[in-house]
Design a protein. Structure first.
Length: 257
């Protein structure tokens, strides 16, 4: 039964059949001890596709990315990448296969320069240091600076750039815009858009900034109570503030807190 449901959702999300999906969750259940966080999550991201994962604080967005990488044990369901069941592979194997995970913490080497941070991560493939500097001109300007001399926004760019140096087919970004000034948000979203639209890298973008995330993705899911409570094309959800407000709370809630 889940198979038919997954097929339907994959078609809904991508407009393609399941075989065309790059990353796919099939009916995922995941928990911390007794506390079930995800309870039947299915979605598919096609090659070159981009998916915004929205939802209020604590609904399980980070857990979803941890499950994709293999840091959370699945109680049910399977995860597929490039047509293979990767559910039982350890995190480093998933990374080798081409899943690039950028955790919420900006994880750079503080006592290495920007350029050293990039070269230690390098793996042969499409991306080299020049390509990275074209995508992030600000990192080129700061190439000789130490990691600990960078602003929050520059650290975030470096974290993403380091992951790109491993030549992933898909990037999983966990709230990359959190705490950044609007001008930096603009710079970073511009780079993310170029990565997906021009370089063909697929994307799963977890964000609290729903409107920004919807502006740079094709499809969106909203997580609530462990399930996918809403699916839509990003551009349609962007034009539907009532639905967005119901699930994500928009700015109304944040400014009231
Ligand atoms: N290591 C953990 N152990 C136990 N509970 C956790 C752990 N990490 C997260 N949780 C809980 O799981 C739920 C989902 O967390 P998370 O995936 O971080 O949500 P989000 O990223 O959407 O804010 C929350 O209730 C959180 O408190
Ligand atoms: Mg989180």
């Amino acid at each position: 039964m889940w198979c038919a449901a997954t097929l339907a959702s994959a078609k809904f999300i991508s407009g393609m059949s399941m075989v065309d999906s790059l990353l796919e969750f099939r009916d995922i259940r995941a928990a911390y001890g007794e506390a079930v966080v995800l309870d039947g999550i299915s979605f598919a991201v096609p090659a070159n596709g981009s998916l915004a994962v929205l939802g209020r604080n604590g609904v399980g967005k980070t857990t979803l990315l941890l499950a994709a990488m293999g840091f959370v044990t699945l109680m049910r369901g399977s995860i597929w990448f490039k047509g293979k069941d990767i559910s039982h592979l350890p995190p480093h194997r998933r990374a080798q296969l081409g899943i690039g995970w950028v955790p919420q913490e900006r994880d750079i080497f503080p006592s290495l320069t920007v350029e050293e941070n990039l070269t230690v991560a390098a793996r042969s493939g499409r991306w080299d240091i020049d390509g990275i500097y074209r995508l992030f001109p600000r990192l080129k300007e700061r190439r000789g600076n130490m990691g600990n001399q960078l602003s929050g926004g520059e650290q975030q760019m470096l974290t993403i750039a380091r992951t790109l140096m491993t030549n992933p087919a898909i990037l999983l970004l966990d709230e990359p815009l959190e705490g950044l000034a609007p001008i930096i948000v603009e710079e970073l979203t511009g780079a993310i858009r170029r990565m997906t639209e021009q370089e063909g890298i697929a994307l799963v973008l977890v964000e609290q900034h729903a409107e920004v995330a919807l502006g740079i993705t094709e499809d969106a899911i909203v997580i609530e109570r462990g399930i996918v409570a809403h699916r839509a094309r990003s551009r349609d959800l962007l034009r539907d503030p009532a639905t967005l407000d119901r699930y994500v709370g928009l700015q109304l809630e944040t400014s009231a807190q």
